[in-house]
Ligand binder design. Sequence first.
Ligand code: ARG
Length: 402
Amino acid sequence: MTRSPAGPVVLAYSGGLDTTVTVHRLVHEQGRPVVALLADVGQGEDLPALAERALAAGADDAVVVDARDRFAAEFLVPAVRANALYEGRYPLVSALSRPLIAQLLVEEARRRGASAVAHGCTGKGNDQVRFEVSCGALAPELEILAPVRDSAMSRPEAISYADKHGLELGGITEAKPWSVDQNLWGRTIEAGVLEDPWLAPPEDAFEWTASPATASGTSELVVGFEAGVPVTVDGAEVGLAGVVATLNRAGGQVGFGRVDMLENRRVGIKSREVYEVPGALAVIAAHRDLEDLTLDRDVLHEKARLDIRYAELVYDGLWFSPLKSALDAFVAETQAAVTGEVRLELSPGRCQPTGRRAERALYRPDLATYDTGDAFDHDAGRGFVSLWGLPARTWARVHGDG
Ligand code: ARG
């Protein structure tokens, strides 16, 4: 087949069935040379081996990009500072990695003079939205190819395509009971038997967490924050990724960090999702607690409302959008004060802040105490309450009480 003059296509390649079939189809059905891009976002897989798989499927080149530091610094830091939980529960594991992978695709495409990027997502999920909206925002001139979505190939069809063309898949086509995506921030599990929302997730769906029903033990950890970013555990400087990894281990051991929820996808489908996210949930719980100690009441209340919006934008693929940038500026402005420590107690199935301290705490013992040493002005209290209640008394006088 003749090569397209359009130049290579840079494909977000995971090593799975769909993206491997995508390599082969782009090359053999569309005559497009493929550069496979494998982003290391802490998924803990042997990416150089997976790069070989892309080459065997027909890619001209395969590049592995270690994006772990960038993922932590540019994506997890803002997520922690915004307490980002979609629908109050999901810490956006996949939603945070997709805009970064889109950035890497665009950078690689520009380096190689490619006119197109591609992904292997299906049409039912959020990830296609995140890839395409992000790529469009970063490089509207690039073409975006999505052969799996566009041909609506079913999983059995993809497997027989791979068999027919001798694509090496390292055994991944054997009945896989669910689909997993994981990175530094957590692990997502969906589809297969989990599609029945009444069925409890089977125990072997979980890899990072013990069952809270049988876990035992209690431990305490102190997490230190600098300007809203978790940086220490028990005084040791380990950085954000180190804090998350430590809490993933400690939380997972006591069966903390499982989420089982019905989720509203951007594409209009309700779906049953299961997550293992002990580190993410513990970090956000600690961060929220420290905000309570260090932020002004009005800022806290306004931020809590905007945090919800922030998580929706990230979930919906709008990482690179004017509203998200504006919210980033608001959140960043609030976080300079969020420096201090939170003590977390981990016990079976639970993670609870049990102490917090900060040099610039707004909690003032001399104002809060009911004991001696009280600095609160009680006369001012009388005047304040009188004026605060004035509209209520006026209404009652005018309307009577009956
Ligand atoms: N429901 C989650 C989300 O939309 C998880 C998606 C997992 N993605 C995947 N390709 N397995 O963010």
